[in-house]
Ligand binder design. Structure first.
Ligand code: FES
Length: 340
């Protein structure tokens, strides 16, 4: 019997994946996995189980009443999980915390398989997960415990879901706890991770995509590009990758490889420093081609340090640019204020 993977993204950012058998309702599949989604009647009458389907094919049947879910709500992507029968993998945003649904973050162990230093800019960290490959949505992050510190730091996956070898692109911070540990980390070292987390993830692709990355904010886009390539996505995808200095542009070869793997993929790199010898200088917003905005019929994803994210959002507002959707994530080097 076939089954589908259903991602439940709770409002606190925690994501849990449940397996839903063909013909099974999401509410029942979640219950089997000991996740108590909001519900009351379980009969399509009360509307308590209303959630938003972010992507995927499903059937709602016609056994529910209009008071529980109106046609307008249905057409806008709202669903009743007590009626929803998936017909493929789905992502569902649940308007309740994971705690309220009696679930929480998953924890898993991994072993360091590679530590690749990129001068003083960044580190590529590869880990081999000991149990099954962790499920996550491309764009999401995990908390990695920094061995011996009692602290954790949050990093977006730069690898695609479904692999036991996972990777991260980590910004080097002078005296930062993770950066310091990475200076001596060796293949074979053990780490513990918690997640996946986050609401910054690739939604169903229905129009051209514009990706704007700042520094190591490139990581989630590498994960998304791999997923798009595997799905043989035909939509246009344009990535602009900005960095402060020339040597902060890392993993450009990984981006370059998608020119072959994704039929309508284009990208450019930009460097902000006035000392740069790079052919394109300035900010990512100065290098957005008009065609990449597609007259607003575009989904924009933005990830970078807070000042960059704020500047790009302001640029869109100031210039009256209203894309179909705008998703962003600010990455901050420290998980807890006041700690290095
Ligand atoms: Fe009442 Fe789904 S639980 S409509």
């Amino acid at each position: 019997m076939s089954s589908y993977n259903i991602a439940l993204n709770f409002e606190d950012g925690v994501t849990r994946f449940v397996e839903c058998n063909a013909g099974e309702k999401v509410l029942d599949a979640a219950f089997r996995a000991r996740i108590n989604l909001p519900m009351d009647c379980s009969d399509g009458v009360c509307g308590t189980c209303k959630c938003r389907a972010e992507s995927g094919q499903y059937d709602l049947g016609d056994d529910y009443i209009e008071d529980a879910l109106s046609d307008d709500e249905k057409n806008s992507g709202l669903v009743l999980t007590c009626q929803m029968v998936p017909q493929g993998d789905c992502v569902i945003a649940v308007p309740a915390s994971s705690h309220a649904c009696k679930t929480g973050q998953s924890r898993f162990a991994a072993t360091v398989s590679k530590v690749e230093q990129h001068n003083d800019a960044a580190v590529v960290l590869e880990l081999e997960v000991e149990a099954t490959a962790p499920a996550f949505l491309p764009g999401q992050y995990v908390n990695i415990d920094v061995p011996g510190s009692g602290l954790h730091r949050s990093y977006s996956f730069s690898s695609a879901p479904g692999e036991s070898r996972i990777s991260f692109l980590i910004k080097k911070i002078p005296n930062g706890v993770m950066s310091t540990w990475l200076e001596s980390a060796q293949p074979g070292n053990k780490v513990e991770l918690t997640g996946p987390l986050g609401s910054f993830y690739l939604r169903a692709v229905q129009r051209p995509l514009l990706f704007l990355a700042g520094g190591t904010g490139l990581a989630p886009f590498l994960s998304m590009l791999e997923v798009l390539a595997r799905a043989d996505t035909q939509q246009k995808v344009h990535l602009i990758y900005g960095a402060t200095r020339d040597l902060d542009l890392v993993q450009v070869d990984a981006i370059e490889s998608y020119l072959e793997k994704l039929p309508n993929f284009t990208y450019s790199t930009v460097v902000a420093s006035t000392d740069s010898a790079h052919p394109r200088k300035g900010w990512v917003t100065q290098h957005i081609p008009a065609e990449a905005l597609n007259d607003g019929d575009v989904d924009v994803y933005l990830c970078g340090p807070p000042p960059m994210v704020d500047a790009v959002r302001k640029y869109f507002d100031d210039n009256g640019l209203k894309p179909n959707s705008f998703h962003y994530e600010k990455f901050t080097p420290n998980a807890a204020p006041g700690t290095p």
